[in-house]
Design a protein around this ligand. Sequence first.
Ligand code: ZN
Length: 416
Amino acid sequence: MPTKKTTSRHIGPVIKCQVCGNTKLQPVLSLGHQPIPQEYLTDRLVHEMTYPLNLQFCTKCGLTQVDYIIDPEIVFPKNYPYRTGMTNMLIRNFRQLAETMDEQYHFKPKDLIIDIGSNDGSLLAQFKERGLRVLGIEPTDAAKVANKNKIPTIQAFLDLKTARAVVKKYGKARFVTATNVFAHIINMPELMASIKTVLDKDGVFVSESQYLMDIIEKLEFDTVYHEHLRFYGLKPLQYLFSQYGMSIVDAERITAAGGSIRVYAMKGKHAPSVRVKELMKKEKEAGLYDIKKLREFAADAVGAKHELLRVLIECKQTGGRIVGIGSPCRSNTLLGFAKIDEQLLDYAVERAGSPKIGMFTPGTHIPVLDEKQLFEDQPEFALMLSWHIGHELMDKLRAAGYKGKFIMPLPKPEIF
Ligand SMILES: [Zn+2]
């Protein structure tokens, strides 16, 4: 059921591995049909389009990936509501990234850094503070926020045309960063060619993506939604970079976005660091490239869904009201997969200023209200929909006066 006619060969069912082209892909986990995770509704009665959301695995290069791709103009509309600057955890991560890169590569004042999918410019602000020339590339209206904050940003998807125009105007970049977007962009050949176009000969490309190891260890299946097309481990990433004449020189695990992998890559052939070799060994031990292990993960996800429903129904049967804390994109996978609607969850709250306030969650149509409602109503239970930063949030909400109990939904529902 295509929503609109499109000529792109990248949109629709994924029948070939996105990294190596292998056509023998193995099904791993089925999360049903889900709507666009960021498409919050102004009217709960609206009829939404849904799309298949399943994980599959490539036995050749080891890439775990979704089985259906939606037109990015639909997934990332101009009015895309997410603002990086509203997430403290990410700001801390950006500061740490700037520090680490400065220590390792010794910034020089005229160095240019380009951030792909730069959102409101929060990452680049950290580099600007350290005296670098900065440039953001961002397709959504977050680019306007960045420009207002004096972070020069081009409002566009990164493609070869944009890349060439950037080089002409600004020169080549010593650093190119892509945090939490490297798994989102469909057209890999064009993306890699664009990165190589803007990156200097000895430049460093740094990407941060959610790490399959963390997803499996912590049962973070809710991180699977239509924005994320690929769930990386080092093995498929190495394969990917080598196809484009680049190599991974270093890698590290970081806590951002529920556990991510930060990868440093350069043009040409370079030996991987000790950290890369160690991580590769750990990935193998953890079964990241073993279909049996991946299917165990899928069975655990289904078990977690049943257990969460049992806990929520029990809370409801004792007469409790349940309110969701936060309404991040990823929570819509969990709500949709577990079929948690407004009969179980009265509403969800977001911090003041969030563009989601006054709207309804896609698929499950739960109202999103201002966080102050939580303190007024004092519902008996608060379901941590941002459970990946749940403990930080629980402390804050407690300090701010919330008196009820907290429910952590995953990896196993727990009441605090
Ligand atoms: Zn593959």
